[in-house]
Design a binder for this molecule. Sequence first.
Ligand code: BV8
Ligand code: ZN
Length: 240
Amino acid sequence: MDPTIARVRDLLHQASSIAALTGAGISAESGIPTFRGPGGVWRTYRAENLATPEAFANDPKLVWEWYNFRRGIIAGVKPNAGHRALAELEQRKENFSLITQNVDGLHDRAGSRNLLKIHGDIWTLRCTVCARERSATATPLPELPPHCACGGMERPGVVWFGEGLPGQIWIDAQRAAQHAQMLLVIGTSAVVYPAAGLAALAKRSGAAVVEINIAETPVSAQADYSLRGPAAEILPQLVP
Ligand code: BV8
Ligand code: ZN
């Protein structure tokens, strides 16, 4: 085993309070395209240009076709060994928080419970008129855009660019990063804020920061340990 992985495994075993921040990379090995990789393009659009309130206001049906397409992909895949390793780690530790930028629901399906979904959830619909939220897992959705019982058009229950993160969840995520002895930063390009700022916050608060990624990111330089490789391979070695 790579000596750095062994070192991080031992530190993880000794730590009592741990936080993890995940991004699209942890779901890549389940078959879900990442946001900024080649899969980040759908028809001729880039994800960042569709995940905005402006795009939705301009063409709700187009944005819903993109979410419907993504929901269909997610429904056909399963959590991988990386998701499962984090669910196992939560079972073993008295203090473990999983902060995810992912909206795919794979952490839930892997058994994670203390889950902070800072960018929302693709399976939740929110009414643009009465703000009522409901879980809707049908793929494909029977009508696009979907409508609320009140007649209002519904939107995906996710956080778009330019929108604030869900208040209490974001407060809890910052608190988890501040109180963790170790922060695992897994499968994120660390370019989307405020999520990407959690690594520096944890570091300032004295945590050891461990990055798990197949490539270098802006977090790599500030990480105490940078484990280069796929999350589904590395995480099971850290949580044997
Ligand atoms: C906010 C949900 C203020 C939707 C997402 C200019 C104009 C407007 C805003 C801004 C601006 N400049 C900056 C901003 C702020 C903006 C921002 O940071 N923009 C960036 C792009 C510059 N942030 C926001 O707008 C946020 N809100 O600031 O609001 C405010 C405050 C108060 C009140 C009102 C307003 C909101 C950001 C949330 C946007 N929503 N998603 C949806 O999913 O449809 S973000 C989107 O990017 C996804 O959630 C994704 O999770 C997130 C981050 O991407 P990653 O997860 O990192 O994925 P990515 O593809 O980028 O990288 C994959 C990584 O995995 C790579 O590193 C790769 O190497 C690695 N990898 C691949 N395979 C593997 C692997 N690693 C391990 N194993 C593998 N097998
Ligand atoms: Zn409604």
